[in-house]
Ligand binder design. Structure first.
Ligand code: AMP
Ligand code: MG
Length: 318
């Protein structure tokens, strides 16, 4: 397959929308990471997403919408969902709700629920509007690899596998959306921490989010698989512990360390760490370092919970 890579302008958006309508694949920027999009209502187009990524077909996709009305056509809303949508959309918060018939089983991994989100990115919104359909879009990387946060990373993984890549430069957040299950308004489940901090959600609801039990975990199959990993080992370092002595290792974190590291990225704060994590993984693996030592992010505020999730999965600790 020939992949068209293009800068963003009105012509490339309408060309991309045409590809989506005709059942093809378009990689596009969102505020979290780059997405690999197809018409969410077209089973055959959705099948191509799984094929291009090598993604297990029971791992459901998030449907991206450009309006509340469009979301209401896909799922049965409730008061909690409406409240969260009013507060946080567009933004990095994905809601799992009972699916309407119109959502093909392949898009929702055979589940009775569907995951919906409105991305806070003008390119993503323009593409969804121009396509006239909801766009199913997992991250635009080969399954298991670090998510792409810039055009080059998408190109490296997806050239020849998709019809078009829209080059929107670097994304804003750098890790994926927070996914919560609001099917039962009395017991809202945190399925995946991410770009929307838990504390903001809990403040709006004036309630705590629950951790899913084993049954609910089965309902969110994506959380089972190995994820986000570069092709060299990721080693976690906690600041209270001795720094590991490993030859030809690279390091990244918010605290500088006195080490013989072959590569180093020091981030000014936790948001920059989340923003640069996956790009750092890709940069260090390209340099063939022995491993990547990552600082374990402490604290409960902001994206630290999401960042810890990505780091522990990349290191194979879950
Ligand atoms: P990704 O597309 O890789 O960002 O992953 C999407 C995440 O949303 C995965 O963890 C999925 O398991 C989860 N997800 C998508 N749809 C559903 C659903 N209907 N129920 C529960 N989790 C879902
Ligand atoms: Mg992904």
């Amino acid at each position: 397959m020939i992949t068209i890579s293009t800068k963003i302008n009105p012509e490339s958006i309408s060309q991309a929308a045409k590809i989506i309508r005709e059942g093809g694949l378009v990689a596009f920027p969102t505020e979290t990471v780059y997405g690999l999009g197809a018409n969410a209502l077209d089973s055959e187009a959705v099948r191509k997403i799984y094929e291009a990524k090598g993604r297990p077909s029971d791992n459901p996709l998030i449907l991206h919408v450009s309006s509340f009305e469009q979301a209401s056509e896909l799922v049965y809303m409730n008061n909690v969902a409406e409240k969260l949508i009013a507060k946080f959309w567009p933004g990095p918060l994905t809601l799992v709700l009972p699916a309407k018939e119109i959502v093909p089983l392949s898009t929702r991994g055979g589940l009775e629920t569907a995951a919906i989100r409105m991305p806070d990115n003008p390119v993503a919104q323009a593409l969804i509007k121009a396509s006239g359909v909801p766009i199913a879009a997992p991250s635009a990387n080969i399954s298991g690899r670090p998510s792409p946060t810039d055009f080059e990373s998408v190109y490296n993984d997806m050239n020849g596998r998709v019809n078009m890549i829209l080059d929107g430069g670097k994304v804003d957040v750098g890790i994926e959306s927070t996914v919560i299950d609001v099917t039962n308004p009395e017991k809202i489940l945190m399925l995946r921490p991410g770009g929307m901090p838990r504390e903001l959600i809990e403040n709006v609801l004036d309630a705590k989010l629950y951790f899913p039990d084993e049954t609910s975990k089965k309902r969110s199959p994506g959380t089972r698989y190995k994820h986000y990993a570069p092709n060299i080992p990721v080693v976690i370092w906690r600041k209270s512990k001795n720094f590991p002595e490993i030859n030809n290792a690279a390091y990244m974190g918010v605290h500088d360390v006195d080490c013989n590291c072959a590569g180093k990225i020091i981030f000014p704060d936790i948001n920059s760490y989340a923003h640069g994590l996956f790009a750092g993984f890709r940069e260090f693996e390209a340099k063939n370092f022995a491993c990547i030592i990552v600082e374990w992010p402490e604290g409960d505020s902001g994206v630290s919970e999401g960042l810890r999730d990505r780091i522990s999965r990349a290191a194979g600790e879950k």
